[in-house]
Ligand binder design. Structure first.
Ligand code: GDP
Ligand code: MG
Length: 166
């Protein structure tokens, strides 16, 4: 199988860290400038039985200018076209306005959305359970996957689950 995956989430949740771990090179850093190009391929992971093509999706944030509106439309089109969306959140912070704004954008697309709760190495398991509960009621995520992108916990499982959607 081969497919496109868009990773979105607020700054500093760990998107580049996950990409760097998965691809094994420091490529994600290079596309860290906000709102540069549209829909860049950030990296490709090829395993024995699957190919994961990760796409950068800039512009998912509250637009401040007309250009921002345009970028938002571009971003939303990307979300429609990919095979799966990784929506990454920070386990330490829980649900907030930034997350709410992004989730609104999912309402108009049919693409499966993975909720990836990152930085689980920094919280207690009980706290993780309540974060999971708080997100469950916000959107019908196809999977909820707690990970530590930094330490690599559960990243293999995330890839296995993604494979089903490629
Ligand atoms: P991005 O803005 O979403 O691309 O976030 P980055 O990948 O640049 O990560 C932001 C910061 O969070 C960096 O200092 C990372 O080292 C740290 N970070 C990312 N993932 C994890 C994680 O799983 N655990 C911990 N403790 N820190 C993380
Ligand atoms: Mg980044």
């Amino acid at each position: 199988q081969s497919g496109f995956i868009s990773i979105i989430g607020r700054p500093n949740v760990g998107k580049s860290t996950l990409l760097n771990r998965v691809i094994g090179q420091k490529i994600a850093i290079m596309s860290d400038k906000p709102q540069t190009t549209r829909n860049k391929v950030q990296g490709v992971l090829t395993t024995n039985d699957a190919q994961y093509i990760f796409i950068d999706t800039p512009g998912i944030h509250k637009p401040k200018h007309k250009l921002g509106d345009f970028m938002m439309k571009v971003a939303q089109n990307t979300l429609k076209e990919v095979d799966a969306i990784i929506f990454m959140v920070n386990a330490e912070e829980g649900f907030g306005r930034g997350e709410e704004f992004i989730i609104e954008k999912f309402q108009s697309v049919k693409t499966p959305v993975f909720l990836v709760i990152n930085k689980i190495d920094k919280i207690h398991p009980d706290a993780l359970l309540s974060v999971i509960e708080s997100y469950k009621e916000k959107y019908n995520f196809c999977e909820i996957v707690p990970i530590s992108a930094l330490e690599g916990n559960n990243v293999d499982r995330l890839l296995e689950q993604l494979k089903e959607y490629l």
